[in-house]
Ligand binder design. Structure first.
Ligand code: PBG
Length: 315
């Protein structure tokens, strides 16, 4: 991570400290729906709930009481569109939360279009092809709006080539040079995102994501992808699905010299939930074992749906 973006904040700084396992290295995902009438359960994700404007402060206060202060937000707008995307709801929520918690917490915001688009795809299509120019422009504008609302960092997850570069330029030209970018830099077209897509209301309505997400059988391309996003200016890199990508963490870190994290994705986390619900494993011990494996493989930070339990697990 570039030093100037590293030292501005203790929590972010802790994420990139080597050879340590600190609670701040665990990032807790939070789903926030604009539509308060949505169902709030997330099948497969245990006690994770969809949150709304009306209960978000209370929930974050609870997490904070348990020592969890590093979050990644996934916003789900009420109305879907394929051209116009309004982010005033997201900005308002961020402003409200930042006003309440200031620098006590860090908020990353996932930057993607899949919860916004009618198609459920992470980018815009024109004549069956990805419209790069328009997708990059719109996503960078959305990223800027999150940061204006008070996001401490943005996390582009679309895997579109050029998104980190374009988001960086946008932030820099609006006096946000100090805001870090956490790039989903090696993200496979995986079978393990099911529970997430239900929660984020983001399943593709046609085709799949193989035109922009990676083929999990190709190790070389997987490493190249992280190098590419590192060259575009990412401060933090990530492999995803985490448990299925342990072999990639070290090679990426060696090549890029940047902190590499792992996203324990929804399907991976659900496996633990289902096993525990059926009394086939002890949940806390199983979760801790997965986290220890991430650290053993060299992950410097971990995104996990169980991050809020870190203190209970002894971290
Ligand atoms: C948005 C995004 C996805 C995930 C994180 N950001 C879904 C996808 O790529 O289809 C998946 C996370 C999970 O399964 O926990 N593009």
């Amino acid at each position: 991570m570039s030093p100037e973006r590293l030292y501005t904040n203790e929590i972010i700084n802790n994420m990139s400290l080597k050879n340590k396992f600190l609670r701040d290295q665990l990032v807790q995902p939070i789903f926030i729906h604009e539509n308060e009438k949505s169902e709030n359960n997330i099948p497969g994700l245990g006690k994770n709930k969809i949150l709304f404007e009306s209960n978000i402060i209370k929930n974050i206060s609870n997490d904070l009481k348990n020592g969890c202060r590093n979050f990644i937000f996934f916003f789900v707008p009420k109305n879907k569109d394929n051209i116009h995307f309004n982010t005033s709801f997201q900005e308002e929520i961020l402003l409200k939360i930042k006003k309440e918690f200031n620098s006590e917490i860090v908020i990353w915001v996932d930057l993607c279009l899949c919860s916004f688009t009618k198609t459920g795809h992470c980018c815009l299509f024109e004549d069956q092809k990805i419209n790069y120019t328009e997708s990059l422009k719109i996503m960078s504008d959305i990223g800027l709006s999150y940061v204006r609302g008070g996001a401490d960092g943005i996390a582009p997850s679309s895997m579109l080539s050029g998104i980190v570069n374009s988001a960086r330029i946008k932030l820099d030209s609006h006096n946000f040079k100090h805001i870090p970018i956490m790039s989903y830099s090696t993200k496979f077209a995986s079978n393990f995102y099911g529970p997430f897509r239900a929660a984020a209301d983001s399943s593709p309505s046609f085709g799949d994501r193989t035109s922009y997400q990676l083929d999990y059988t190709n190790k070389e391309n997987a490493i190249k992808s992280s190098i590419k996003f590192s060259d575009e200016g990412a401060d933090l890199l990530m492999v995803k699905p985490g448990l299925l990508s342990l072999d990639l963490i070290e090679p990426i870190a060696l090549k890029t010299k940047k902190p590499v994290g792992a996203y324990q994705v929804s399907g991976e986390y659900s496996s633990l939930v289902y096993l525990a619900d059926n009394k086939l494993i002890d949940f806390d011990s199983g979760l801790l074992e997965t986290w220890s494996s991430f650290k053993r493989a060299g992950a410097q930070y971990i995104i996990s749906y169980g991050s809020r339990y870190a203190k209970r697990l002894g971290i």
